[in-house]
Design a protein around this ligand. Structure first.
Ligand code: OOB
Length: 541
């Protein structure tokens, strides 16, 4: 039994771990071994398509080995944390699998993250390295790296794909493969970012065993096989396109991953036609853009069998348009980087597919729906979703205090989602109790943005709430009480941007008020603020 855990990781209790192994959920495999095995089984099958490049499984495997040797040469060792912030490029997987083979932990940042987020990730994880592309979508990540290094001097190594300037060139790290001991299946494989509800984003430690189980089971549910061609249009580091079943699910099945640089119809539709894409995943706003564009496109999309939509609530109306417009099946996906993922199934009725967010992957997923006092509610009632299971974490990384609140004493994760369960086990997401705004799949922790606003000298108090939006589902509105001196909204948004906050977290709207409405116990009444702004913009909740 592995007892030598990564400091800051909350292991699964021994009895649960034993049960998950016995049931065949945890197979004792690692990601490094999985790729090796596929490269042995079908070396010449195409694993990855990125622009004009096509890499076979053997090629990806070889590159991972060579890059692992280079990283080792740089001094990167097992358990080191490495912040990875790459766009949708093939090298993302080289970096991932190389780190997996070393037993070093990728920390998955999103391309939208800026100085504030990356600085926090590097400092909090004592990152040994930071891997970026030179620039993407008009943004120079080397400039960001310089800012991060100035703020976090302990960050010794920056590795750059493309023009490295003064940093280490990604391509210079391909070296002759070496023997590496590698991690154990029960070890933490990587740290994924949580959507967050608190001042600072929390990190989610996922083990090879638990994550691979979710990947395998997801690939089965989505009926992936060697003929599957998956278009990765969402950011490659997000949990949804990574494992539900996503790119890793396709590698498990021996299929082909096609990377789209952007998720727009202009980028994606030609790829679907050219590569014969069979499955892809989108967030609801993008699904709506695709539905609107599909009617007029000259590209043939008929290879597409399955469109997965998740990350935020999809309207039943949009759900019903998928088959008539795109000619493929829809699957709703309700998941979270902390673990639990729900899917509608291929044999679900059209009603279930349109109106529910699916049911859990695993028979071992324990789902409780409870009232405010943690008392279980019957099916059909709306309550807080709590969950525990073979691929749901037992604690955030190095966050004891927060963990005491985010998990029950018997290890259930408090998702913060309000759901209703049908007798079939399908869940309907009805709302959210957590203080988070879901901006079309991008999660914004209210407290984090409020803290930034409070740092402005003219701001006395700040409250961030969601407002309804036809396109994104929700946008953010900051209510501000000033200290008296007037300040303009644009000045506040500029202030946040200068603090290095990711663009999607910048409030979409700012409202100035004299004081906040309060609840009976004197807390800011955010429900009332939500109603106020909904009324003001003329879109009732
Ligand atoms: C996915 O993961 P995260 O970690 O970015 O966000 C999780 C949260 C959930 O707790 C829920 O509040 C919301 O996103 N959510 C949905 C949803 N899917 C996620 N809310 C309503 N309907 C849905 N279908 O977003 C994620 C991870 C894996 C697979 C799919 C999505």
């Amino acid at each position: 039994m592995n007892t030598d855990y990564l400091p800051g990781f909350t292991p699964y209790p021994d009895d649960f771990a034993a049960r998950y192994r016995e049931a065949g959920y945890w197979l004792g495999e690692t990601f490094g071994a999985l790729l090796r095995e596929r490269a042995r089984q079908h070396p010449d099958s195409t694993a990855l398509v990125c622009g004009t490049r096509r890499w076979s499984y053997a090629e990806l495997d070889r590159r991972a080995d060579r890059f692992a040797a280079g990283l080792t040469g740089l001094g990167i060792a097992a358990r080191d944390r490495v912040v990875v912030q790459l766009p949708n490029v093939a090298e993302f997987f080289v970096a991932c699998f190389a780190l997996f083979r070393i037993g070093a932990l990728p920390v998955f940042a999103l391309p939208a993250h800026r100085r504030h987020e990356i600085g926090h990730l590097c400092a909090f994880t004592d990152a040994a390295a930071y891997i970026i592309a030179d620039s993407d979508a008009g943004f120079d990540y080397r400039t960001l790296a310089r800012e991060v290094q100035a703020a976090v001097p302990a960050l010794a190594r920056v590795i750059v794909l493309g023009d490295a300037a003064e940093f280490i060139a990604f391509d210079s790290l391909y070296a002759d493969a070496i023997e590496i001991a590698g991690p154990q299946p029960g070890d933490v494989a990587f740290l994924q970012l949580s959507g967050g509800t608190t001042g600072l984003p929390k990190l989610i430690p996922r083990t090879h065993d638990d994550y691979l189980y979710s990947v395998r089971a997801s690939a089965d549910i989505c009926e992936l096989d060697r003929g599957s061609v998956y278009l990765c249009a969402l950011p490659v580091a997000h949990n949804f396109p990574m494992s539900s079943p996503g790119t890793f699910g396709v590698f498990h099945a021996g299929g082909c991953v096609v990377l789209a640089r952007r998720p727009t119809p202009d980028d994606a539709f030609p790829l679907i036609e050219a590569e014969g894409v069979t499955i892809t995943a989108l967030v609801p706003p993008l699904a709506m853009v695709w539905l609107d564009a599909a009617g007029a496109t000259r590209h043939k999309l008929d290879s597409l069998k399955l469109l997965q939509v998740g990350g935020a609530r999809l309207s039943a109306e949009a759900a019903c348009r998928v088959r008539p417009v795109l000619g493929c099946a829809l699957q709703q996906v309700f998941g979270m980087a902390e673990g639990l993922v729900n899917y509608t199934r291929p044999d679900d009725t059209p009603e279930l597919t349109a109106n529910t967010q699916g049911r859990p992957i695993s028979p071992a997923d324990e789902v409780r729906i409870v009232d405010d006092e943690d008392r279980d509610l019957p099916d059909g009632d709306i309550g807080h979703l709590l969950t525990r299971g073979p691929y749901t974490i037992r604690g955030y990384y190095r966050a004891d205090e927060h963990n005491a609140r985010a998990f029950t004493s018997d290890g259930f994760y408090r998702t913060g989602d309000l759901v209703m369960r049908l007798p079939s086990g399908h869940l309907v997401v009805e709302g959210r109790a957590k203080d988070q705004i879901n901006r079309g799949g991008d999660k914004v922790a209210a407290e984090e943005v409020e803290n930034h606003l409070l740092a402005h000298p003219a701001v006395h108090d700040a409250a961030l709430v969601s407002m309804p939006d036809a396109y994104l589902g929700e946008r953010s509105c900051a209510f501000i009480v000033t200290r008296g001196a007037p300040v303009r909204a644009i000045e506040l948004t500029r202030f946040l941007r200068e603090r290095g906050v990711a663009q999607y977290k910048i409030p979409d709207r700012i409202e100035f008020v004299e004081r906040f409405p309060v609840t009976g116990v004197g807390k800011v009444n955010k429900r009332q603020l939500r109603e106020q702004i909904a009324q003001l913009i003329g879109t009732p909740l």
